[in-house]
Structures are given as structure tokens and as C-alpha cells.
Unconditional design. Structure first.
Length: 392
């Protein structure tokens, strides 16, 4: 039996073995020695062992495992796995994730400046909760009676600068959807603002519905934070499974989903149900963030900003009105599955989803989609993505 992977943070180490670990000896703290300490708590589930209540160095930590630790067939830990070195990639893996859910400007009193102050009040509330990362909805910059291109602003504009200021103040990341203008070019993007208030990443919406003037992005990137890997999809992106799948394959653990979707109850069901499916399909947390409303089940936006775990469970839900959906998530938690005809090392759901995915079938989807899209009216009218980009 060998250790095939180690993860964790400054307080724990998670050991992944290539066989199912016997709980009897595997859960005894005296069988482990980590950076000169015995773990305060040991858990064994399937092929994983969690060593907790440690104080570790951010650089190198010696890990020793007793040969008394065996698999369920009494095979001991191989000699080459008894002495290891663990270097934490992240300082902390238990983090507070918050979705900010304001009312739309049409349900508030005052103009755009007053509305931004109102939205920032919710961001301040999220900051005071100790959020590690917050996400706002798409279309906060919407202003009634104003031509849509005039709502776009540069990163140096008022709205993004207000969010950068709060990221610095509360030492938190902010996923900031933004109608961005660069000269005459228009983009629907989400900025990833780091704890210092600097731009750490930029996602450009892939499946644009704003018309030919908004330039679509070219791919689903992921972004490193000091607690893990995140991804973003915006609004219409949720209808296509490709984005979350690509981001999960690239290592994303949390996928944020800012949107401005509104309508009646069916839209609410669509957003929440689809988000839960995207979470379970890919073994990731999904965080939809939209607008609330004052009249329950009435016209307009429906709220339901929430945090969904990799098994599809809604951990926090802002409901229909204005507010926050906020919860502490553990990115070292592992979703285990039983059976599926594979050995124990494949019983980690996320690993199993990745190893069973077929690239040839994905290529078939790409080929068919390309042929079909070229026949559609939208491309005849506006041109394919590359031509549309040049025209803008």
C-alpha cells in the first residue's frame, strides 16, 4: 500500500492511498508523526486518512507513517511511503464563501449613485462576516432609460474601484461582474480582485446574448487564490455544460455563477436545479449570485443566490429577498461514492468523474456543434465568433 497524493493546509494533512485503509490501526494518532507532532485527530474513510489539529510550516514538513497502518487485506504501508515530505500549497482550506444578493435598481429609491452605495452596504456586511471571497450578480451597472453601451465603464470607473477598495479593507477576494469598456470595445467580464484590491484574473463571458457589439471570450480559465482554485461563468453560460466541465478538469474547486436572470418561478427552478447538476456533474461547489425582490413569486428577479456543495446540497440560500448567502466550506472535504465497479482508490467521486470522462466523445460534441452552428440564423446574421470579434 502506497501514498499516491497528499493535500491539506497549515493545520492538517490528507493522505490518499492506493488501497482502502484498515480503520483499526489507521485511525490511531500514534501511528503518525508530522513535523514533530502527533495529530490531535485522525479520520479514515476509504482510501483517505485525515490528520488534523496540527501546526505546520508553510515550507517543508516531515511525515512519518508506521508500518502498523495497513490496507483492509493487512498489507502494510510500503517502505517508500513511510517517510514523506509535505509542503502545504495553501494556508487555509476552510473558507467563508458569500453570494451578495441586492435588489435591482428598479426596486430601490434614488439614482445610480445611491444604488451603488446600497449595494456596497451589502458588500460591507459580507466583509464584516469575515468572508474570504464574495460574488456579486451580473448587471449591477444596469440603469433604467440608459442605452446599454453607455452602461459599460473602464476598470478605473466608479463601480469596480468601489469593489477594489472593499477587497483591500476586508482582506477578501471579490468576484466582480462588470460591463467593461476599452475604447469602443465592450466586454461582459468578471474581475477576480484579490485581498490587496488588485486584479488577479479576468473572465470574459463566453456565450454572449447582448448582441454583436459585445466581444465573447475564448475559453474557460481557472484562477489560483490563497485557498484554492476557482472558476467563473456568467448568466447564459449556465445553459452549457462545457464550461464547468473544462474548469473542473483544470482544477477548479469552486465555480461562481453571477447572473441577472429574472422571470417567473420556472426561471428560479431552472437556475437552482441546473446549478446543482453542474455541481454534482463535476465535483465542485457552485455559487449562483443574482438579484432579490420584495414581492415573493412576483415578476422580476427571484433571488435564490446560494452556495451548493459537490453533492448538490444547498448549504446557504439567500431566499427571495435582498441579503446574503454565506457559509464556511471545507475544500479538503472529500465526497465518497460506493461501488460503480471500481477499486477503492476510485471511490473519491471527483477523481472518478475525471477518470471516466471520454475525450473522444467531447471531440464528437465539438465537431457536431461546429457544423450545426454554422447553419444557424445567428451566425448568418452576425458572423462566427472570430469574425464578430474583428468587426468589433
Amino acid at each position: 500500500m502506497q501514498v499516491v497524493r497528499m493535500t491539506g493546509d497549515l493545520e492538517r494533512v490528507v493522505l490518499y492511498f492506493d488501497a482502502e485503509v484498515s480503520a483499526k490501526a489507521g485511525r490511531e494518532p500514534q501511528n503518525y508523526w508530522v513535523a514533530g507532532q502527533r495529530p490531535g485527530r485522525v479520520e479514515v474513510v476509504g482510501s483517505c486518512v485525515f490528520l488534523s489539529d496540527l501546526r505546520l510550516s508553510p515550507k517543508r514538513n516531515a511525515v512519518a507513517i508506521s508500518e502498523a497502518v495497513t490496507d483492509i487485506h493487512a498489507n502494510p504501508v510500503a517502505e517508500e511511503s513511510r517517510k514523506l515530505t509535505f509542503v502545504p500549497k495553501y494556508r487555509r482550506r476552510k473558507v467563508r464563501v458569500t453570494a451578495v444578493q441586492p435588489l435591482r435598481i428598479t426596486e430601490t429609491a434614488g439614482g445610480y449613485t445611491v444604488y451603488l452605495d446600497y449595494v456596497m452596504g451589502l458588500v460591507d456586511e459580507a466583509g464584516r462576516l469575515g468572508s474570504d471571497i464574495v460574488c456579486l450578480p451580473e448587471s449591477v451597472q444596469y440603469q433604467p432609460g440608459k442605452a446599454k453601451p453607455d452602461m459599460f465603464e473602464p476598470v478605473s470607473g466608479v463601480y469596480p474601484q468601489m469593489l477594489m477598495e472593499r477587497a483591500r479593507k476586508y482582506q477578501m477576494y471579490v468576484v466582480a461582474p462588470l460591463y467593461e469598456r476599452r475604447g469602443e470595445a465592450l466586454y461582459n467580464v468578471a474581475l477576480i480582485i484579490d485581498r490587496q484590491g488588485e486584479i488577479a484574473g479576468r473572465y470574459q463571458k463566453i456565450f454572449v446574448t447582448e448582441g454583436a457589439k459585445v466581444i465573447p471570450g475564448e475559453g474557460f480559465d481557472v484562477f489560483e487564490t490563497d485557498f484554492g482554485v476557482i472558476g467563473v461563468m456568467i448568466c447564459f453560460d449556465i445553459l452549457y455544460p462545457e464550461g464547468p466541465a473544462i474548469m473542473a478538469l483544470r482544477g477548479a474547486e469552486v465555480v461562481f455563477f453571477p447572473h441577472g436572470i429574472g422571470g417567473v418561478q420556472t426561471s428560479e427552478d431552472l437556475v437552482v436545479s441546473t446549478s446543482r447538476v453542474r455541481a454534482t456533474d463535476n465535483g465542485v461547489y457552485v455559487v449562483p449570485s443574482g438579484f432579490g425582490r420584495r414581492i415573493d413569486r412576483g415578476e422580476g428577479n427571484f433571488g435564490r443566490s446560494c452556495v451548493i456543495d459537490p453533492s448538490g446540497v444547498i448549504l446557504a440560500d439567500a431566499g427571495h429577498g435582498p441579503g446574503l448567502a454565506s457559509v464556511v466550506v471545507d475544500l479538503e472535504a472529500v465526497r465518497f461514492v460506493e461501488g460503480y465497479g471500481g477499486p477503492a482508490r476510485f471511490n473519491v467521486a471527483r477523481d472518478r468523474l475525471i477518470c471516466e470522462r471520454r475525450a473522444d466523445i467531447l471531440q464528437e460534441l465539438a465537431d457536431v456543434a461546429r457544423d450545426r452552428c454554422e447553419e444557424m440564423w445567428y451566425h448568418r446574421r452576425y458572423g462566427v465568433r472570430g469574425e464578430r470579434k474583428l468587426a468589433c
